[in-house]
Design a binder for this molecule. Structure first.
Ligand code: WT7
Length: 644
C-alpha cells in the first residue's frame, strides 16, 4: 500500500447541537442507543425483528473472516417487505412512489399500485424463463419501471444488476457478460435535458453476439422509433397486459443474493459487489428510519439514480421497507431551468432531501435566487452523501435550503458497506460542518497507520471497520480472491475502506478522500486504471496515466497524461477524439477534464509511473521528492507543457 500524506484540514469549530423542537419529536433522542449497541449482535438481532420473516433465523452471525453470514437459516423476501406487508392496513393507499418526469409529467403509485405492477412484472419475467438465481440486468432511466423491475426481480429471487443509464454500450456489455444475464430490461430511451438517450441502441450494441442474452424487455418512455428484433425483443407494456396479478413472493434464504452492483476499483475491470437479502434489509431499513428520522407523513426525496448504491439502499429498499413516500425525478437539476429541484420540493411538499455535495456546490454557483424563489418550508431534514462536503457548501445548504432550521446528516458509506456507516443521528448528535460525525450504533471504525496500529485522536490515517455489519458486501461476484485482497489484504481480518480519515479531539471523523488510485468525480467513483485502459485502447495512444485534481464543483476532476505511439502526428482534434473515446468506452461520467500530451511519463527506475508527481503538476504545486525518477528531465518538460 502506498503511503500518502494526509491533507491537514482547516480547523472547523462551529458546532450545531440538535434543536430542542426537533429532538423532542425525533425517533431517537437518547445517547443510550449507542451503549445499547455495544453488544452489536444483540442490537442487530433486535432490529431484524422489525422486518417480516417467513422463517426465523437460527444464528445471528457466522464470521469466518473475511466472510460473514447474517441471520443464518432465516427466510425472507425483500419485495414482500417493501410491498406486501404494507397492504394489510391503510398503508395500501399511501403513496409509495411520486414520479416526476423531466418533461413535467407525473405519476403517483400507491403501495397497492406498486405491488400490482411488481407482481405482474415478476410473472412476465417468469414467463420469459427467469428462475430463482438467474441474473437480470436493468438499464433504465429513473422512471417507476426501474423500481418495479428491481422489486420484481427480488420477488422471484433473481438477483438484479442495475447499470446506470449514463454508462456506454461497452460498459453495459462488460457488466452483462460478468453477471451472465439472460435478460436485459431497458427502454426506448430516457430523457436528459430534453433529448432522448439511446438506451435501446446501446443495449443492442452491448448484447451483439452474446448468445446467453435471450430477451430484451423494452419500456416505452420516449416513443422514439427503435428497432425491435423478434422474438428476442419484447415490449414491456404488451407483456404486462397479459400478465397475471398474483405472484407470491419467493421465500429466500437470508444469505441469497439480492443484487450485484458494479463499482470501480484500482484495476481496469469493474467489481461486481455482491449484496445478500436479510442482513442488507436490516441494515438499510434501520439506518433509513433513524438517520432520516423518518415519520409516517414525510415526503422523502433522494436525488440519486437507481444505478448507484444510494439509489438501491435509500431510494428503493430502505424507504420502501419502512413504508415511506418516495419522490423520484427523472431529469437533471437544470432542465428546463435551474430552479427545478426547488420547484419539485414545493410541488410535493418534500420534507426530507438527500443529495450530493457536487449538486450543492453547483446550486451555490448558480446563485441564491433559485432556491429563494420557492417556498421550501416543508423541508425538515437535509442529507448529503458521496464525498466530503466542504464547510462552505455545508453552510450554504444549511442556510439557503434548510433556513437554518433543518439538521444536515452527512452520511459516509460505500457501495460495499451497503448502508450508512458514519452519520449524525439528528435528534442526538451535534453537527460539525464537513464532518460525517460518528459511527452509526453497532458500527466500529478505527483509524490506523500503515502497519495497522490504531491512531490516537487528532491523527490521520487509514479508515478501517473492525467488525462485520449486516449490510456488508459478501464478495466480489465471481472473484473471491479480489474480495479478499482488496478489502482484507491490507490489514488482516479488518475491512479496509480505501479512504483516509482523521479523528478529532471530540472523536468526530473527517473523511479526507481515497488513498488508492480511485478518484471521486461528482460523488462517483472512477478507477483511474479504467480510464487509462480506455485511452490506450485508442490506436494513437501508447501510454496513459490518469490522476484526479481538485475541482470546485465536481470535487475531483480527471486529468490524463498521454504519450502517443511513434509516428502518430499530433492533431488539433485529437484531444476531443480521445475524450470521446473514453465516453464511448465507459460513459460521459469518465470524460477527462484535461488531456496533456507528453513525450514521456515520469517513472521510477523500475518503470512505475509516479502519479504523485503528476498530481503535483496538475495542481500547480511544488514538486515533491523526485529522487526516485529515472529521468528527471521528463518532469520539467511536463511542467512546462502543463503551464502553457
Ligand atoms: C466513497 C464511496 C455511498 C454512496 C455514494 C458513493 C466517498 C461517500 C462520503 C461522505 C466523505 C464520502 C468515500 C467513499 N464518500 N460519502 N459523506 N464524506 N466521503 O458510493 O461510489 O461506493 O463511493 O465515496 O471516499 O469511500 P461509492
Amino acid at each position: 500500500m502506498k503511503k500518502e500524506k494526509f491533507e491537514a484540514l482547516l480547523q472547523e469549530d462551529r458546532l450545531f447541537p440538535p434543536k430542542e423542537e426537533f429532538a423532542v419529536k425525533a425517533n431517537l433522542n437518547s445517547e443510550q442507543v449507542y451503549s445499547e449497541a455495544e453488544d452489536s449482535m444483540n442490537f442487530w438481532e433486535k432490529q431484524a425483528l422489525n422486518l417480516d420473516w417467513f422463517e426465523p433465523w437460527q444464528e445471528v452471525l457466522k464470521w469466518n473472516p473475511p466472510y460473514a453470514q447474517w441471520f443464518l437459516g432465516g427466510k425472507i423476501n425483500a419485495s414482500y417487505n417493501c410491498l406486501d406487508r404494507h397492504l394489510s392496513d391503510w398503508h395500501r393507499n399511501k403513496a409509495a412512489l411520486i414520479f416526476e418526469g423531466e418533461q413535467g409529467d407525473s405519476k403517483v403509485l400507491t403501495y397497492q399500485d406498486l405491488h400490482r405492477e411488481v407482481s405482474k412484472l415478476a410473472n412476465v419475467l417468469k414467463s420469459l424463463g427467469v428462475k430463482k438465481g438467474d441474473r437480470v440486468t436493468i438499464y433504465l432511466p429513473l422512471i417507476p419501471e426501474a423500481v418495479i423491475s428491481m422489486l420484481a426481480c427480488a420477488r422471484i429471487g433473481a438477483p438484479h444488476s442495475v447499470v446506470f443509464g449514463g454508462f456506454s454500450a461497452e460498459a453495459l456489455r462488460e457488466r452483462i457478460i460478468d453477471a451472465q444475464s439472460k435478460i436485459v430490461i431497458t427502454a426506448d430511451g430516457g430523457f436528459r435535458r430534453g433529448t432522448a438517450i439511446p438506451l435501446k441502441e446501446n443495449t443492442d450494441q452491448a448484447v451483439r453476439g452474446l448468445e446467453d442474452v435471450e430477451h430484451i424487455l423494452v419500456v416505452r418512455r420516449t416513443g422514439k422509433c427503435i428497432e425491435m428484433e423478434e422474438p428476442r425483443d419484447i415490449w414491456y407494456d404488451e407483456a404486462m397486459k397479459e400478465a397475471d396479478l398474483k405472484c407470491p413472493a419467493e421465500p429466500m434464504d437470508a444469505e441469497d443474493l439480492l443484487f450485484i452492483l458494479y463499482t470501480s476499483g484500482t484495476t481496469g475491470k469493474p467489481k461486481g459487489i455482491v449484496h445478500t437479502t436479510g442482513g442488507y434489509l436490516v441494515g438499510v431499513s434501520t439506518t433509513h428510519k433513524w438517520v432520516f428520522d423518518l415519520k409516517e407523513e414525510d415526503v422523502y426525496w433522494c436525488t440519486a439514480d437507481v444505478g448507484w448504491i444510494t439509489g438501491h439502499s435509500y431510494l428503493v429498499y430502505g424507504p420502501l421497507a419502512n413504508g415511506a413516500t418516495v419522490v423520484i425525478y427523472e431529469g437533471t437539476p437544470d432542465y428546463p431551468h435551474k430552479g427545478r429541484y426547488w420547484e419539485i420540493i414545493e410541488k410535493y411538499q418534500v420534507s426530507i432531501l438527500y443529495t450530493a455535495p457536487t449538486a450543492i456546490r453547483t446550486f451555490m454557483k448558480w446563485g441564491n435566487e433559485y432556491p429563494l424563489a420557492h417556498n421550501l418550508s416543508s423541508l425538515r431534514l437535509l442529507g448529503t452523501v458521496g464525498e466530503p462536503i466542504n464547510p462552505e457548501a455545508w453552510m450554504w445548504y444549511y442556510k439557503y435550503i434548510g433556513s437554518e432550521s433543518c439538521p444536515i446528516v452527512d452520511t459516509w458509506w460505500q457501495t460495499e458497506t451497503g448502508m450508512i456507516m458514519m452519520t449524525p443521528l439528528p435528534g442526538i448528535t451535534s453537527l460539525k460542518p464537513g464532518s460525517c460525525t460518528v459511527p452509526f450504533p453497532g458500527i466500529k471504525v478505527e483509524i490506523v497507520d500503515s502497519s495497522g496500529n490504531p491512531l490516537s485522536k487528532g491523527m490521520g490515517g487509514y479508515l478501517t471497520i473492525r467488525q462485520p455489519w449486516p449490510a456488508m458486501l459478501r464478495t466480489v461476484y465471481g472473484d473471491p480472491k479480489r474480495y479478499e485482497s482488496t478489502y482484507f489484504g491490507n490489514f488482516p481480518g479488518v475491512y479496509f475502506t480505501g479512504d483516509g480519515a482523521k479523528w478529532d479531539s471530540d472523536g468526530y471523523y473527517w473523511v479526507l478522500g481515497r488513498v488508492d488510485d480511485v478518484i471521486n468525480v461528482s460523488g462517483h467513483r472512477i478507477g483511474t486504471m479504467e480510464v487509462e485502459s480506455a485511452l490506450v485502447d485508442h490506436p494513437a495512444v501508447a501510454e496513459a496515466a490518469c490522476i484526479g485534481k481538485n475541482h470546485d464543483i465536481k470535487g475531483q476532476a480527471l486529468v490524463a497524461f498521454v504519450t502517443l505511439k511513434e509516428g502518430v502526428e499530433l492533431r488539433d482534434d485529437l484531444i476531443e477524439e480521445l475524450k470521446a473515446h473514453v465516453v464511448e468506452k465507459i460513459g460521459a461520467l469518465a470524460r477527462p477534464e484535461d488531456i496533456i500530451f507528453t513525450a514521456e511519463l515520469p517513472k521510477t527506475r523500475s518503470g512505475k509511473i509516479i502519479r504523485r508527481l503528476l498530481r503535483d503538476i496538475a495542481e500547480g504545486r511544488a514538486l515533491g521528492d523526485t529522487t526516485t525518477l529515472a529521468d528527471a528531465a521528463v518532469v520539467s518538460s511536463l511542467k512546462e507543457l502543463y503551464e502553457d
